[in-house]
Design a binder for this molecule. Sequence first.
Ligand code: 13P
Length: 247
Amino acid sequence: MVAGNWKMNTTLQEGIQLGTQIKNALQDKQPACEVVIATPFIHLSKMAELMQDSIVKISAENCADKTSGAYTGEVSAAMVRSTGAQYTILGHSERRAYYHEDYDILRQKVLLALENGLKVIFCIGEVKEEREAGRQNEVVKAQLEGSVFNLTAEQFANITLAYEPVWAIGTGLTATPAQAQEMHAYLRSLVAEQYGQNMAEDTTILYGGSCNAKNAAELFANPDVDGGLIGGASLKADDFMTIIMAR
Ligand code: 13P
């Protein structure tokens, strides 16, 4: 899978324009991967409509930890699903850091997303100090145990993992292909321990963090790197297309 995460970028009009460019560029291509675009909530319905006759699937970037009711400003998983979106990102480091989303909140969000028919792109990753202290493995393990390893195997089959080292996000500092491969192999071993070897092999594990048109092929060449979650470079149709075709 190659997934774009637009974050808090593009007005609705700009988003439709970018989505149209990507849709048109994909028309005569046969990518070897699933293509997903995660957009702000307000774009979802229009984007899902735009991509109806395209291979592109639409994702939200978040959803609420409550079902419905008096939670001003929140958007529920059911609302996201009703737009035609098929995925939501959850656990992005920006949500963990700036909006204080902890393991418990994320566990709730994951359950509600799945109950409402959304697939989840679940992000994990260590900050710079944790990497420098050699603690990256224990950090990602705790993130998985805290929010997704409670799922049944049937539920977990709808989870895509995205390893996003926080020190690589938006910094231009990419994990080396060797660092990515090492971590992805570790993540797959954790899934194997929890759900068995077949599930581990079937789980898609994306790399994210300054992945771009130049370094994508090298990252994706690793056996345990199944694609990418792309921030900045997904906002340029040409670059995003290069990354899709590198998978
Ligand atoms: P950048 O590709 O801009 O580093 O962002 C990665 C990311 O956070 C995707 O979710």
